[in-house]
Ligand binder design. Structure first.
Ligand SMILES: Cc1cc2nc3c(=O)[nH]c(=O)nc-3n(C[C@H](O)[C@H](O)[C@H](O)COP(=O)(O)OP(=O)(O)OC[C@H]3O[C@@H](n4cnc5c(N)ncnc54)[C@H](O)[C@@H]3O)c2cc1C
Length: 493
């Protein structure tokens, strides 16, 4: 895939994208839509040996009684995507992948939360809620008062924790909603900005006057949309989507279609190590990117514009010399560790007393792992018949676990699973993925900080991806595409 366009001197403008995660690739995809009119050409530089960043699907076999069994199909990073934010659904449809999608169903069915060392079923139906011992009667009564709490209608930010406490009470935060939100966003709800992470909750409060009224209003609107779509013979997207063969299907197809266009040069093992601003000889500022890595070491590339689609802490380092103010603002975005270990078991060895699809572990429980999803309970095709696949998240509550070698990590995870779920079985195989200091945290006021960063960036430089305006894959796709559109506009091509 390597072709050298770095010495380009023609009138064509060269856009370089740093980072081949889904945000960077989506930005490239958007540029492709306008390439015929703009005459731009584009290089995507990815430091690692594969495309997709946090989207990574792995397959492994195990040996059981001298027989090779497999494959276990593991999404080490994201595995399902919300469609309320349509980025992933729209992109999959544009790439012709609609047939590869399926509806994973409810995300919260059979999910447990650890409370005082023991797993308790998350009550998701009204009856289960009333019966649940997770929340005291007093806590439940406080939650029932939610529709009568006056709505906040201004645009000011607050933490997820403040929002939940304000609307539903302290116990709802500590026992119920906090662990779910903390688990989903790998964060402490006391820190995380609601306007970046879950703006929909504030929208429901604002539109309906309460979460309950807002939720019912949304359900009614959705039912109406479904009815109208059905009458037109259309199928609406389910609430969540997953790829049958793993999430990297999206990435592989995106890369394949981008590579078909000669205006694109996609390069792996190409880590950008430094950037300098150079005099473009005209009105336009140009930039020289220096690469390191096995294949690109010592090389430099000339760019008219750069899309930084790496985590913000990487952009901060790269911008240090050419825009110290932007770098200082970017450095304020905090990134934490995250890792997953996916373990394959014999089904009969697990002997779980109740069906379980996931386990949320609040930080106050002081455990060494962050959460667990029972992948094969949700997606049976991901493990061979008679076998089970489980994915455990680590690195947040106990950062030192990031540095353990795979064997030590597996032992630690098994001892946690034994204590929390009584699982004594040994896995037949496992795979580990680690992202050190790479999972963005959006503090209260985060969106204001992003506005500040964008305003400070020198001409021709833009940032995009999960560090900025939303953490999930649909957000990253949407941001990549929007950034590309804006960039083309500012380049006036
Ligand atoms: C375990 C886990 C589970 C998740 N589950 C879900 C889920 O179920 N649903 C959902 O919607 N989201 C989920 N997410 C979040 C989602 O995966 C990410 O937000 C999204 O994939 C981020 O995409 P990105 O392109 O912004 O960043 P990244 O994927 O981090 O991509 C950035 C890329 O930049 C590259 N790079 C870094 N430095 C350089 C450099 N100097 N030069 C060149 N390249 C560089 C990196 O190698 C990387 O490939 C999950 C994330 C994790 C980690």
């Amino acid at each position: 895939m390597k072709n050298t366009k770095q010495d380009q001197t023609s009138a064509e403008l060269h856009v370089v994208i740093i980072g081949g995660g889904i945000a960077g690739l989506s930005a490239a995809w958007q540029l492709r839509q306008t390439i015929d009119q703009t005459g731009l050409h584009c290089t995507v530089l990815e430091s690692s040996t594969r495309w997709g960043g946090k989207i990574v699907t792995k397959r492994f076999d195990v040996v059981d009684n001298e027989r090779t069994v497999g494959p276990f199909v593991v999404d080490s990073g994201p595995e399902s995507f919300i469609t309320r934010k349509p980025g992933a659904w729209d992109l999959a449809c544009e790439l012709g992948l609609r047939e590869q999608l399926f509806n994973p169903g409810s995300e919260t069915r059979n999910t447990y939360v650890v409370d005082q060392g023991r797993p308790v079923l998350l009550p998701i139906s009204p009856l289960a809620f009333v019966r649940s011992r997770l929340i005291s009667t007093r806590g439940k009564l406080r939650m029932f008062k939610e529709p009568f709490i006056p709505a906040r209608r201004d645009d000011g930010d607050e933490s997820l924790a403040d929002f939940v406490r304000r609307r539903l009470g302290r116990e709802a935060l500590e026992k119920f909603i906090g662990p779910v939100l903390g688990g989903i966003y790998n964060t402490d709800p006391e820190y995380q900005s609601i306007l970046t992470t879950a703006p929909v909750m504030r929208e429901m409060e604002r539109d309906g006057g309460s979460l309950v009224a807002g939720a019912f209003g949304r359900m009614r609107a959705k039912a109406k949309l479904r009815k109208e779509a059905k009458a037109r013979g259309e199928i609406l997207a389910p609430s969540f989507i997953t790829f049958k063969n793993g999430a990297d299907h999206l990435v592989r197809e995106l890369v394949r279609q981008l590579c078909e266009n000669s205006a694109f040069d996609l390069r792996l093992k190409s880590k950008v190590s430094a950037i300098e601003a150079i005099d473009g000889g005209g009105e336009r500022q140009r930039y020289r990117l220096h690469l390191e890595g096995k294949e690109s070491g010592g090389e430099s590339i000339l760019a008219d514009a750069i899309i930084f689609a790496s985590p913000a802490n990487v952009a901060a380092r790269l911008l240090q010399s050419i825009s110290p103010e932007s770098a200082a603002s970017l450095a304020k975005i905090h990134h934490v560790h995250i890792g997953t270990i996916s373990l394959g078991f014999r089904e009969k060895d697990l002997q779980l007393s109740n069906p379980i699809s996931g386990l949320m572990i609040p930080r106050r429980e002081k455990r060494l792992i962050d959460a667990m999803t029972f992948t094969s309970a949700k997606f049976p095709d991901r493990a061979p018949k008679g076998y089970a696949l489980m994915r455990v998240f680590f690195g947040g509550a106990a950062p030192y676990t990031m540095d353990l070698d795979d064997t030590a990590l597996c032992e630690l995870v098994l001892s946690e699973l034994k204590e929390l779920l009584g699982i004594e079985a040994k896995p037949l195989g496992y795979v580990v993925e680690r992202w050190p200091a790479s999972y963005p945290q959006a503090a209260v006021g985060h969106l204001g900080l992003v506005d500040e960063i964008e305003a400070r960036l020198p001409a021709g430089l833009v940032v995009t991806g999960s560090s900025y305006r939303g953490l999930g894959v649909p957000d990253s796709i949407e941001q990549g595409r929007t950034t590309a559109v804006k960039l083309v506009r500012t380049l006036a091509v």
